[in-house]
Design a protein around this ligand. Sequence first.
Ligand code: GUN
Ligand code: FE
Length: 437
Amino acid sequence: MKSSIVGHRGAILHSLGDPDIVGIEQSYQYLADGLLVVRDGLIEQLGDATELLQQYPQLQVIAHPNKLITPGFIDTHIHYPQTAVVASYGEQLLDWLENYTFPAEAAFNDPEHCSKTADFFIEELLRNGTTTALVFGTVHKESVSAFFDTADKVGLRMIAGKVMMDRNAPSNLTDTAQSSYDDSKELIERYHQKNRLSYAVTPRFAPTSSERQLALAGKLLQEYPDLYLHTHLSENKKEIEWVAQLFPERSDYLDVYDHYNLVTDKSVFAHSIHLCDRECERLAQANAAVAFCPTSNTFLGSGLFDLNKMAQKKVQVALGTDIGGGTSFSMLQTMQEAYKVCQLKNAQISPFKAFYLATLAGAQALKLEDKIGTLLPGTEADFVVLDLAATPLISLRMENVKNIEEQLFVLMILGDDRAIDSTYSFGQCVYNKNHQQ
Ligand code: GUN
Ligand code: FE
């Protein structure tokens, strides 16, 4: 096949490390007039445009004036079947699940509903500049095959799994320990590491799985060493009490998962708000990650995530939207809410830290930093073009920013889907706001 090569010219920013570890100056690379050279879906070179163009005299170049090119956003916790329950009023976690979420998830026994929702959901991700996500399906295996089929058609790097849930849920939404194992296995065989897809073993949370189901989840992880484990942890105080009642022999919530060998370096635990010191230390030791989901945590009144404590305990943290407990698909809005949550905890997230959390930290949490999360040569060309004049207010505010740091802060506070000019996956434009039907 003929090789294809194209350059993208504009302001370019990407993270190189956690600013709280490597220092702000070492944590990013910014090119005011940069060139990203993309060949066959991979980044071949990144550098100053004038210099690099000398190496590529014949290069076809797409110019992006008054824009900022960054890596695609990485959402490390989201439920695609909850797309239509976003903004459901008035409840905290356990009632919200019962009154809104479970009824919505029951509709996914219909493959057509699965496909329609998967199409909408993926378009919404791309409209928000999210190129990779770690995604919950429902208990129905068809929900996951529909999601993977749609993602694969677009060529996206996505991770998903079927919910395992065999107790404490409506009977039309429960599987059995054995059927959850069999169905997960079938999906793994069919989709795991097919093109850019990966599978995550997905017990919903400890209260909705029997001990046997958790044990079989652990067995899957042992049978396929590259699988992810994706679940919820320590989100809501009532949930935590319930877990303590259901598993009295375990020392804390994380210990329930640990007992069944579910705490690995490819485990992602959503929320993790109310952890004790031991749980943080164990997460760090296992090199597992937590997904900080600020819009969900404020919306469901779950609590304020303690980013400082996580840093002190060296726990790997990334960002998630947690749609539909969360209120926005936009990782820019999620960065804003993370900033506000940290303000309430007397901590400040710098714009570079927020940007790191939404990109490279997500890749690190998913152990994919050699493939996505930066714009380093050799990685996959998943990137977004942010519009620095997306709204009249953003334009006005951008007139008096002094540097890239301030520019980034304006984008994360005032920006949302309107700030996404276009989204590229594996070098292909998969969304452009000016070319919508
Ligand atoms: N805990 C168990 N299930 C869920 C869910 O669907 N959303 C959230 N936010 N927390 C959960
Ligand atoms: Fe969730």
